[in-house]
Structures are given as C-alpha cells and as structure tokens.
Ligand binder design. Structure first.
Ligand SMILES: Nc1ncnc2c1ncn2[C@@H]1O[C@H](COP(=O)(O)OP(=O)(O)O)[C@@H](O)[C@H]1O
Ligand SMILES: [Mg+2]
Length: 228
C-alpha cells in the first residue's frame, strides 16, 4: 500500500441552472490519491471531472464533504489560508496554458515564487533551472507568442513546479497538442514522479497517458464509477 496524499470524503457539488433548477455535477465522491504516483481521472465530457479536480485543488468549494491533505482539512481553512496553501503545495496545468502574454518564459515561471516571497533574483534562478528541466534552456527570454504550443505547455508545467509543490493537477494537459508534444509532456510527468517524487492527478482522454498511469479513476454523471 502506498501512502495517501489527498483524501476526498463524500464530496458533492451542484450548479443552479435557469429557473432555479439544481444540476448535481459531483455526487458523493470519495477517493484517495496515492503519493508519488500518476493518477488519471477519465470520463465523458460533462461527467464532472473538471469540477472534481477544482475541488480537490482548493479552487472550488464543495457543498458537502471534505478534502484532506495528509491530515489537514483543506476547506477547514480560511479562504486566504487556502490560497497560501495552494501556492505552496499544488501546481496546476490546464488545457490552455494561461501564460501571461507580456512576460517572458522565465518571468512566467518566476511570478508564483515571487508571490510566495522569493526574492526576484532567486526566483529567476529557480525558474531558469525549471525551464532547463522541461527542455527549454534555449527559450528563456521568449514570450508565449514566440513559442510553439508544445513549448508553451512545457512553460506552464515549469510554472506549476514553482515553489516545488508535492502535487500537480492537470486538466487535459495534452488536449491541445499533437502526439509528439503530448508524449514530451507525458515523459516529463514520469520523470517528475520518479526523480522528484511528485504526485499527479490528471484529467485526460489520452489513451497513452491512461496507459502509463499508476491509477485510473473513472467518472460518469457525477459519480465515481470505478478505479483500477
Ligand atoms: N459554472 C457552471 N454553471 C453551471 N453548470 C456548470 C458550471 N460548470 C460546469 N457545469 C456543468 O457541470 C457539468 C460537469 O462539468 P465539468 O466538471 O466541466 O465536466 P467535465 O470536465 O467532465 O467535462 C457539465 O454538465 C457542465 O455543463
Ligand atoms: Mg473538463
């Protein structure tokens, strides 16, 4: 049995639609995310995967249930504490990179460290190392518009690694990439797990990524329907 890093217990979330109808999108989901493993979350579009990922990552409060990081209750904290906790403990990669267009690759990666209180010079040094780690040593001063889609997504991954968080959440990180660039990202996930001990939860439709996962959670209509 491996250690559990994140435990969700009886998580529920619904949205209000027009005419005050209530649409349940996550229904009483409990799951354990093992430390230092790659877990993927699969399911049809609309199954509630992104909503669940946001709840596990402290981005969206559930209506019911709790999320524990080891023994710390995420939503037991004040909003400002959750933000701080997230900044230090979790990194996020989304389908679209959300890099800041007017800043260079190094600056985009350095910004979360500066928010966490790292001095500029140190933040830029760390950012340079992270960009080297993702194979972008030659693109440090490029702005997002000067990078390919695959390179932009690797900058986003380097940014997610700022502050050295134990866990990385990724929502369809290769959904917008060709197979070659998708594979580069997958190889980095494996390297980060094996060399730095990172924990991943990745929403994906990508069969290759499912194949290399240590653990697969399946969702259907807001419910956790299986794990393997
Ligand atoms: N802000 C929102 N307001 C209303 N409905 C939403 C909102 N966000 C998501 N939904 C609905 O919740 C369901 C689950 O969405 P989501 O978690 O994004 O699914 P998935 O990531 O599996 O495609 C979908 O039917 C979606 O339309
Ligand atoms: Mg989604």
């Amino acid at each position: 049995m491996s250690d559990i890093l994140i435990s969700a217990r009886q998580i529920s979330k619904s949205y209000k639609t027009e005419k005050d109808n209530v649409l349940p999108v996550v229904k009483n989901v409990s799951l354990d995310i093992p430390a230092n493993k790659i877990s993927v979350l699969v399911g049809a579009s609309g199954a509630g995967k992104s909503t669940l990922l946001h709840i596990l990552g402290g981005l969206d409060k559930p209506e019911a249930g709790t999320v524990y990081y080891t023994d710390k209750s995420l939503y037991g904290m004040k909003e400002s504490e959750i933000e701080k906790f997230r900044n230090r403990n979790m990194g996020f990669v989304f389908q679209f990179h959300h890099l800041l267009p007017e800043f260079t690759a190094v600056e985009n990666v350095a910004i979360p460290m500066m928010i966490a209180g790292t001095p500029l010079k140190q933040a830029k040094e760390n950012a340079t190392k992270l960009l080297e780690l993702v194979g972008l040593a030659g693109r440090l001063k490029h702005k997002p518009s000067e990078l390919s889609g695959g390179e932009q997504q690797r900058v986003a991954l380097a940014r997610a690694l700022a502050n050295d968080p134990p866990v990385i959440f990724a929502d369809e990180p290769t959904g917008n990439l060709d197979s070659h660039n998708g594979e580069l990202i997958h190889n980095l996930f494996v390297k980060l797990r094996d060399e730095l001990g990172k924990t991943f939860l990745i929403v994906t439709h990508n069969k290759d990524l499912m194949a290399l996962a240590d653990h697969v959670f399946s969702m259907k209509d807001g419910e956790l329907t299986g794990q393997a």
